[in-house]
Design a protein around this ligand. Structure first.
Ligand code: ZN
Length: 204
């Protein structure tokens, strides 16, 4: 914890003076981020850093492997990701949902592993099972199955988003955009998905 307190002191001394006015406005008027980002919990993939975003700009949901589940009719349990998506779409009226995948994703490595899963007792194993539909689409003999699954998981998550009635309604009624991108941890490159073709191409 000490290093966090030390980091906070640096923030308070160096960054806070320049952010003070922005935070005062955000406190008075509330937040109105235009983008909901679904990103991985991976410590190397921070959306605010990657997109050079200030406080108030991004509403961020982070979880293992940047996934959204399909809409579940069963409301038993605590659907944190679904609740955050609902809040972003129906309360904050975000204009875009961006699914941000990344290279070297540990969740993707786990999904590709042949080790047995215990979805009855492991939250993680059950969650990783969300990648199975994407995994099933990776062609046999694919040269780089990790990268292929990272791309495919973004596409599947966007498909899952469309199973939420409030997402479909926002797309139809006010033009909510569903976007995908993949971040290269090693080189800092960003590839953006073409919504029509599902293909990714680098930002230059
Ligand atoms: Zn990851």
């Amino acid at each position: 914890m000490e290093h966090l307190i030390e980091g906070y002191r640096v923030y308070r001394e160096r960054r806070w003076p320049e952010l003070r006015a922005l935070h005062r406005r955000l406190a008075e008027r509330g937040q109105s981020p235009r983008t909901l980002v679904i990103a991985c919990s991976d410590s190397r993939v921070d959306p605010a850093t990657i997109f050079n975003a200030d406080p108030g700009e991004l509403f961020v949901v982070r979880n293992v492997a940047n996934l959204a589940p399909p809409c579940e009719e069963n409301h038993v349990g605590f659907h944190g990701v679904s609740a955050a998506i609902e809040f972003g779409v129906t309360k904050l009226f975000v204009e875009t949902i961006l699914v941000l995948g990344h290279a070297q994703c540990g969740g993707v490595v786990a999904a590709l592993s042949n080790a047995p899963r215990d979805s009855q007792h492991s939250f993680l194993d059950a969650w990783i099972g969300l990648l199975d539909p994407a995994k099933a689409r990776i062609p046999p003999g694919c040269g780089d199955p990790h990268a292929a699954l990272e791309y495919e998981s973004i596409r599947v998550t966007i498909e899952n988003l469309k199973t939420f009635p409030f997402v479909r309604a926002a797309v139809a009624e006010r033009g909510l955009r569903l976007a995908g991108a993949r971040y290269g941890v090693a080189d800092g490159g960003l590839e953006v998905m073409d919504p029509e073709t599902g293909r990714f191409s680098p930002v230059v």
